[in-house]
Design a protein around this ligand. Structure first.
Ligand code: F6R
Length: 365
């Protein structure tokens, strides 16, 4: 089963070009310039009545929900909220009948996510699941949804399910966008970009050797910061969680510009900052956030676009990834962050597939 890999986590990281192909298979219609879903069980008429979407999830799936918020608000212009399932289940937020709920979950068995879904369903809202495990509790109880088809994920740290969640949410944004404001031409252009994703991920995996080198250099640090803005902010949160859970190193993710409101006090020579900064409209702003860290003596590891020579002059280490449009960057940028955490954990002698205190599916609240 493990083939040539030392751990399931590494195998699953390298499976991503394939798992992403499986997530998008049969779901892109060039003719209609939109995405196609078989299992939503909602008609276009139903979907036009939706005025608000709530995503609920835990952990890594909560991070993909944040990516989904950015995607759907930008591309489909529908207001989105993201709620921790453990909070939503005991809150009583006002929601009118035009609110659509999505539970996002790899396992489909997370107790809090299931309870939040049940509570929303009880209130009469249509509930959807974005789920990997076919026939799981959440998949069964939701009124409809989208299966990821990423294949079984054995490593406790979620990798390929995360990238597939981000991709499924991109397809959902395209579909909802095409029901509303998005033109035929823009839909077609999105499809062209989306089809490139598996190859871009394949290229991003070539950063493995560099990630290992960077891991060697920083493996003994006890604190890490992960920083990014816009679509790369949820990626920063996810990078920090991956490091925490498998290497037991303390890490925090922040929107890069929030640093000056407190966390910058943490910066010193022993606290590396991982900047997620492929090209995009926010690049210059992130660059000045990076300079603020350098000015305080903090080492900087940059995840940047191939061909970005300027970053090599300011960052201590650069991990290059292929450039893509902003809304697809979460998928491509996640790859080196997964690899970096993996190598740091292995170098520190941690059991990456079964980290302490964690279980693959959290079926207790
Ligand atoms: C992190 C991780 C957890 C899960 C969380 C939700 O790598 O695996 O944070 O993402 O427990 O699990 P699912 O997606 O199965 O609901």
């Amino acid at each position: 089963e493990l083939k040539d890999y030392d751990h399931y986590m590494l195998k699953e990281i390298f499976e991503q070009p394939e798992s992403l192909r499986n997530t998008m298979r049969g779901r892109l219609s060039e003719d209609m310039a939109t995405a196609v879903f078989g299992g939503l069980n909602l008609t276009p008429q139903d979907l036009l009545k939706v005025k608000r979407i709530v995503f609920t999830a835990c952990g890594t799936s909560w991070h993909s929900a944040m990516v989904g918020e950015y995607l759907i608000e930008e591309i489909a212009q529908i207001p989105v909220e993201v709620e921790y399932a453990s909070e939503l289940r005991y809150r009583n937020p006002p929601m009118d009948e035009s609110t659509l709920i999505f539970a996002i979950t790899q396992s489909g068995e997370t107790a809090d996510t299931l309870a939040a879904l049940r509570e929303m369903k009880r209130k009469g809202h249509p509930t959807m699941a974005i789920c990997n495990v076919v026939g799981s509790s959440i998949a069964q109880e939701a009124d409809g949804g989208i299966y990821l088809h990423a294949g079984p994920e054995i490593g406790v740290a979620s990798t390929k399910a995360y990238s597939s969640q981000c991709l499924a949410l991109t397809l959902l944004a395209l579909y909802l966008g095409r029901l509303r404001h998005l033109s035929y031409n823009k839909g077609r252009a999105m499809i062209e970009r989306i089809k490139e994703v598996p190859d871009l991920v394949e290229k991003a995996l070539e950063s493995n050797t560099k990630c290992r080198e960077v891991a060697e250099k920083y493996k003994d640090c006890n604190n890490f910061l992960y920083l990014g803005r816009h679509y790369n902010f949820p990626t920063a949160l996810e990078g920090a969680l991956k490091l925490k859970e498998i290497s037991y190193i303390h890490a925090e993710g922040y929107p890069a510009a929030e640093m000056k409101h407190g966390p910058i006090a943490l910066v010193d020579e022993q606290t590396p900052s991982v900047f997620v900064m492929p090209h995009g409209f926010i690049y210059e702003k992130v660059m000045s956030n990076l300079e603020e860290i350098k000015a305080r003596g903090g080492p900087v590891i940059a995840i940047a676009a191939e061909g970005d020579e300027r970053i090599a002059e300011v960052a201590d280490d650069v991990i290059y990834i292929p450039q893509t449009v902003e809304y697809l960057q979460p998928i491509v940028s996640a790859i080196p962050l997964q690899l970096l955490s993996y190598h740091i954990a292995v170098l520190r002698g941690c059991d990456v597939d079964k980290p302490r205190n964690l279980a693959k599916s959290v079926t207790v609240e």
